[in-house]
Design a protein around this ligand. Structure first.
Ligand code: ZN
Length: 233
């Protein structure tokens, strides 16, 4: 799954308004942020195998540290603990934990059974939505539209950058996704490894969006009465 993970990031702003979208986006992307690093380090590997499923030309046969069930739970606890230590924002930490783990859940739905339960596990799981290109795109595009709409309704731009930063990311992701879905397979594993690192760019990009938008005000409270708060003389 690709843009579906972004949908989770956008949607989670409403659940944790005081957390930056940069963090809220990094959480559901986190396993895929680790993956190219682990590929480069040589502790995970990938093969290019056009037709592996209808949607992806990748044979994801070896990614137990970034994408197994057990390590996904561990990453979600670690990232949430770091976030809590830095911010003491408990609600945000819960949303971050759920966000990181949501990556496993969404990949479980889309990948063929190639996600191990733990490193070294003989059992791998996956429901294989990727066997249907139309099914994959229907689910992911719907999620993306809902997630972006939730974010756009929950926040408003405080300047022109606030609109530009958001909508340029949305357009970029749609084009990138279309390129993935309809374009040729990547030319080499190196392109996957080093190209995958560009995923990290989405973290400062989302942070930049957040800096230039604010939560829309809740429905106005009753105006304060004159004299309230004055101390007796
Ligand atoms: Zn993934």
């Amino acid at each position: 799954m690709f843009i579906g993970h972004f949908a989770v990031g956008f949607a989670s702003k409403r659940a944790a308004p005081r957390a930056s979208l940069g963090v809220l986006m990094a959480a559901p992307l986190f396993l895929d942020l680790l993956w190219p690093i682990f590929l480069i380090a040589g502790i995970e590997s990938v093969r290019i195998d056009p037709g592996n499923t209808a949607f992806t030309p990748l044979d994801l046969h070896d990614y137990p540290w970034s994408h197994s069930l057990a390590t996904s739970v561990a990453w979600s606890l670690i990232v949430a603990a770091l976030f809590w230590a830095a911010t003491r924002y408990g609600r945000g930490a819960v949303v971050v934990a759920v966000g990181v783990f949501s990556h496993f859940v969404l990949d479980f739905v889309t990948h063929r059974p190639d996600m191990p339960l733990y490193p070294g596990s003989p059992t791998s799981v996956g429901l294989g939505l990727w066997n249907s290109r139309e099914g994959t795109m229907a689910v992911e595009v719907t999620m993306f539209v809902v997630g972006v709409a939730m974010y756009a309704r929950a926040t408003r731009a405080i300047n022109k950058r606030g609109a530009f930063a958001l909508w340029s990311l949305v357009v970029f992701l749609v084009l990138f996704y279309a390129g993935n879905a309809f374009g040729p397979p990547p030319p080499s594993v190196d392109v996957i490894k080093y190209g995958g690192l560009t995923g990290w760019l989405f973290v400062p990009w989302a942070w930049w969006i957040d800096r230039n938008r604010e939560m829309r005000a809740a429905p106005a409270a009753a105006p304060a009465r004159t004299g309230e708060g004055m101390t007796a003389s």
